[in-house]
Design a protein around this ligand. Structure first.
Ligand SMILES: Nc1nc2c(c(=O)[nH]1)N[C@H]1C(S)=C(S)[C@@H](COP(=O)(O)OP(=O)(O)OC[C@H]3O[C@@H](n4cnc5c(=O)[nH]c(N)nc54)[C@H](O)[C@@H]3O)O[C@H]1N2
Ligand SMILES: Nc1nc2c(c(=O)[nH]1)N[C@H]1C(S)=C(S)[C@@H](COP(=O)(O)OP(=O)(O)OC[C@H]3O[C@@H](n4cnc5c(=O)[nH]c(N)nc54)[C@H](O)[C@@H]3O)O[C@H]1N2
Ligand code: SF4
Ligand SMILES: [Mo]
Length: 907
């Protein structure tokens, strides 16, 4: 018998965004019981957002990868195997492929969600052992334009600011970042700073009116892809008005004259026209920037994910150099990193073109330094394939063995039809994953179960260059292992084939041993962290690099002395003209489709998609259009539409949203084929990429939207065992034109399915669906109309609905769902069920799904609007409904409702 063990707390980090919040994991040594913000961590001082604070509710074991699984031939099912045979098998296939087709016939696709030590192990495996530069990461889809921007403008890939600078700044430009959703804890810090110093000015540049605009003094809703013209237009005005810092330019920069002549053409009239904003707003932006004592810019994917991503980054950095706004408190160009350890990946050189310690794979001296340190003759010279190119080479057959770790490319890369084709045709695909449910796992010939959040040790670097020791709280479930251990174990087995008899390059017995080896490769480089150790991180807490040997604390800010990491020591102005986006709008594709993030979901939803409550803020996939665009197409909110791009099409509901300008559309990036039939959001997006950063234009593609007539509709809901049911039911909906499978509920999580097709499916298929919904036996009330076009099934246990299915038409959907939510099954329900007519009692027309704004306290948008109608202000709403009093992620949205909802007028 086991005795109940005491609850313990382990300080670690949140595994989601690049803010890098510290968390305290509450556990009993076996199971994670709770999570709270670490009050000592300098990124968040105890705060967490709606995602971080629900981490302990995610990670349903039913969705986890638990054992190695091997497929012995294409078309066969995978079966469980041992770690030894899994890795031996992988090593012999990789060795054989390399022997027959050369080292560049294999590739590794890794992730900014790996820890630094994992990254380092992979990098050494690819370059030193295999001898290929075909190792790229999902950071290619994320930060690679910022890497180019920093390197060519400032000489090194180093964000020069820190989080306090955000609070200290007098003027902030937030460009292409919806920090209210994507970096919420930093946004909370900004909200508090602005409340303390209302004179602080905030400009938001985003085609959409996002929740981040809630703090904006000025919102520039530019046309998508026009940022370069905007930044050049601002510089034009700064020059004209004399708001530049000539002394700084002369002392610390090069290339200003060329830029000056380039921006001469970017007159206010021309720029206002290109960007679709008013000249007055443009002038105001220039004035706010030009006159501010300190100026800081924050940016994210709206700049990076573009075919002119590098140009956007450099054009923004130009503004800082021209005004001398860098290297001092409250000033500087500050890219927000997306993933928790995108920075660590850049530091360890885990993009195809990089090497550890901010070195270049294309630089012979850098290669020689690293090869010497690793004790190998040389490192590969041929350039490596970057994400989009890499999958294209898989498709064309050039890559024959592919190792994917900690990323879900069958959901997140652009142009999904091609990506699925590539994975289908690749002779050998290894997927090293924590969750077995991802779209990519379906293609794994070998699935390797990885430890995940709370189960692994290592280090991460957040957006402000701060390194935190990630600590393990509990053991990984079943046979899952930490990534570094999987990688090193495989590498040692591959060495038997490729370097027989030689001493191992992978003699690591802990993440700390990897860190100790890696850190020496940063010595005397711009990011020098050779003075750091796990012991220092434990004693002194998280530290910012550079942290060279001998110092006692890291560096909060870079370039304070005006010396840059370039050969001349001077920062470089980059002069590049504005180029219009690639995917042109035209009669056939008249709408610009933007994609991005929801507040409570993370990427492909492998983790957040296991917690039903995280669906309540955005219950299902929807395509948002301006109300005028709906009117023009005779569409109503809730109608099913086909969205078509040059690459694919997707059927989903449409919704009116005035936050989006006419001519544009908005689709969250999160929905993949598991949750939305049809390969998900990225079936529409385009693979065009920036010529320098090779970062694809995920933010912008052109589409058309038209109504689809799918009269036969299905709605189903079933409580419990949600992950299994989702996995089993999803394939049964392949034949439907539309199918959306989501989670709903809070205390009693349920799977909810909406589907539609032109005609009713075979009775057989419906019977299979019913069986998986538990609607084929036991206490089930059923009614089928004589012509069998309409059918209803409701399971009632202990006086409550536990499962239901409506087929043919679904008018009673909302009524039944609310009965389910309320735990009721009354006489009216029974009467309705057995009646031929399907109109529900007192039926209302189908409604938009109810939205929960405050996820912590479970307060719906309706309740908040009712409170506003009663005359409550923000404090009143907080007091009475408690909304917004926990993590605060919903506060911007509540404020927006306060500003737009009709309020009761008190006599
Ligand atoms: N909730 C949540 N948070 C996350 C993540 C998540 O999945 N969920 N992922 C993390 C990761 S990896 C990343 S990279 C970050 C991303 O963080 P963000 O980049 O802030 O988030 P996105 O919603 O992808 O895009 C930001 C904005 O860019 C705008 N945009 C589109 N085109 C343009 C343009 O041409 N110019 C400008 N100026 N703006 C444009 C979009 O309208 C959108 O509002 O979020 C991180 N945080
Ligand atoms: N349309 C559109 N597409 C986009 C974007 C966009 O804005 N618009 N944004 C892009 C950006 S910025 C990004 S960063 C990418 C993200 O795209 P992906 O890299 O595909 O993102 P995730 O779904 O987070 O994939 C991480 C995977 O790692 C698994 N995992 C979690 N923890 C561990 C672990 O410890 N070890 C291992 N081995 N596996 C683990 C998770 O289950 C998950 O499946 O998406 C890109 N795609
Ligand atoms: S802001 Fe939220 S998602 Fe990002 S690290 Fe902090 S708690 Fe995690
Ligand atoms: Mo990202």
């Amino acid at each position: 018998m086991t005795t109940p063990s005491r609850t313990q707390l382990t300080a670690s980090t949140c595994c989601y965004c690049g803010v890098g919040c510290g968390v305290l994991i509450e556990h009993d040594g076996e199971t994670i019981l709770g999570v709270s913000g670490d009050p000592e961590h300098p990124a968040n001082y105890g705060k967490l957002c709606s995602k971080g604070s629900t981490l302990h509710l995610t990670g349903d074991l039913d969705a986890r990868a638990l054992y190695p699984e091997l497929r012995l031939g294409k078309g066969l099912a995978r079966s469980r195997t041992s770690w030894d045979s899994a890795l031996d098998h992988a090593a012999s296939i990789f060795a054989e492929t390399i022997r027959e087709h050369g080292p560049d016939s294999v590739a590794f696709y890794i992730s900014g969600q790996l820890l630094t030590e994992d990254y380092y192990a992979f990098n050494k495996l690819a370059r030193a052992l295999v001898g290929t530069n075909n190792i790229d990461s999902n950071s290619r889809l994320c930060m690679s334009s910022a890497v180019v921007g920093y390197k060519r403008s400032l000489g090194a890939d180093a964000p020069p600011c820190n989080y306090e600078d955000i609070e200290l700044s007098d003027c902030l430009l937030i460009a292409g970042s919806n920090m209210a959703y994507a970096h919420p804890v930093l946004f909370r810090r900004l909200e508090e700073a602005k409340a303390r110093r209302p004179e602080m000015k905030i400009i938001v540049v985003d085609p959409r009116r996002t929740d981040t605009c809630d703090l904006a003094d000025l919102h520039l809703a530019i046309l998508p892809g026009t940022d370069v013209a905007l930044f050049h237009g601002i510089l034009h005005l700064l020059l004209w008005e004399g708001w530049i810092d000539r002394r700084y330019i002369d002392a610390h920069t090069e290339g200003f004259d060329a830029l000056k002549s380039l921006v001469r053409d970017y007159t206010p009239a021309a720029v206002a026209d290109i960007c679709g904003i008013s000249q007055a707003d443009l002038l105001q932006a220039a004035e706010l920037i030009g006159k501010a004592p300190s100026f800081l810019s924050l940016w994210c994917m709206g700049l990076n994910q573009s075919s002119s991503g590098s140009a956007k980054n450099s054009a923004l950095i130009n503004l800082h150099l021209a005004t001398g706004q860098i290297g001092k408190p409250g000033a500087g160009p500050f890219s927000l990193t997306g993933q928790p350890n995108a920075m660590g990946g850049r530091e360890t050189g885990s993009l195809a073109n990089l090497l550890p310690g901010h070195r270049e794979a294309g630089n012979a001296a850098h290669r020689a330094e690293v090869a010497g340190y690793w004790g190998v003759d040389s490192l590969p010279e041929s350039s490596g394939l970057t994400a989009v190119e890499l999958f294209e080479s898989v498709r064309s057959g050039q890559i024959k063995a592919l190792w994917i770790a900690c990323s879900n490319p069958a959901q997140s890369l652009p142009d999904q039809s091609k990506v699925h084709e590539a994975l289908r045709s690749c002779p050998f695909v290894v997927v090293q994953e924590a969750f077995a449910t991802t779209e990519t796992c379906a293609y794994a010939d070998l699935l390797l179960p990885a430890a995940s959040w709370g189960e692994k040790e290592g280090s991460v670097t957040n957006s402000e260059r701060r390194i935190t020791h990630v600590r393990r709280a509990v053991p990984a479930p079943a046979e899952a292992r930490p990534d570094w251990a999987i990688t090193c174990d495989f590498a040692r087995r591959l060495e038997h084939h490729l370097r027989p008899g030689l001493p191992s390059l992978f003699d690591f017995d802990s993440p700390e041993s990897l860190f100790e080896e890696y850190k020496q490769l940063t010595r005397e480089r711009d990011l020098d962290l050779s003075g750091l150790s796990y012991a220092i991180l434990d004693e002194q807490g998280p530290q910012q690099w550079p942290f060279p040997t001998g110092v006692s604390t890291g560096s909060p800010r870079l370039y304070g002395d005006g010396r840059f990491a370039t050969d001349s020591g001077r920062a470089q102005f980059v002069s590049e003209a504005y180029q219009a986006p690639r995917d042109k709008r035209e009669a056939r594709y008249p709408l610009s489709l933007l994609t991005g993030r929801l507040r409570d979901q993370w990427h492909g939803m492998s983790r957040t998609g296991t917690a039903a409550r995280l669906f309540s803020h955005a219950p299902e996939a929807q395509l948002s259009l301006h109300p005028d665009e709906l009117r023009r197409r005779h569409l109503n909110s809730g109608d099913l539409v086909a969205a078509r791009s040059r690459r694919g099409s997707l059927i989903l509901p449409v919704v009116a949203d005035a936050a989006i300008r006419p001519g544009q559309a908005w689709l969250p990036m999160h929905w993949g084929d598991r949750f939305l039939k049809g390969l998900g959001s990225n079936v529409l997006t385009q693979p065009a990429f920036d010529p320098l950063s090779k970062q694809p234009e995920l933010k912008l593609s052109t589409i058309e939207v038209s109504k689809v007539e799918l009269p036969w509709q299905l709605f189903a809901l079933v409580e419990g065992d949600v992950q299994h049911r989702l996995s089993q039911l999803r394939p049964l909906f392949d034949g439907f034109a539309f199918a959306s499978l989501t989670l709903t509920g809070r205390e009693r999580p349920a799977l909810q399915i909406r589907a539609a097709s032109v005609v009713a499916p075979e009775a057989d298929l419906l019977a299979q669906i019913d069986a998986l919904l538990d609607l084929d036996h036991g206490p089930v009330l059923a009614y089928d109309d004589p012509r069998r076009t309409v059918g209803k099934r409701v399971r009632i246990e202990d006086g409550r609905i536990t499962a239901l299915r409506l087929a043919g038409e679904t008018m009673a959907r909302d009524w039944l769902k609310s009965l389910w939510q309320e735990g009721k099954a009354d006489a009216e329900l029974r009467r309705w069920l057995l009646a031929p007519r399907s109109t529900p009692p007192g039926a209302v027309a189908e409604q938009q799904p109810q939205k929960t704004l405050c996820n912590c306290l479970n307060v719906s948008e309706q309740a908040i609007c009712a409170g506003i109608a009663r005359g409550l202000n923000l404090d009143g709403l907080k007091n009475e409904l408690k909304c917004g009093t926990s993590c605060g992620s919903c506060v911007p949205e509540i404020k927006r409702l306060l500003a737009t909802q009709p309020v009761a007028v008190n006599a």
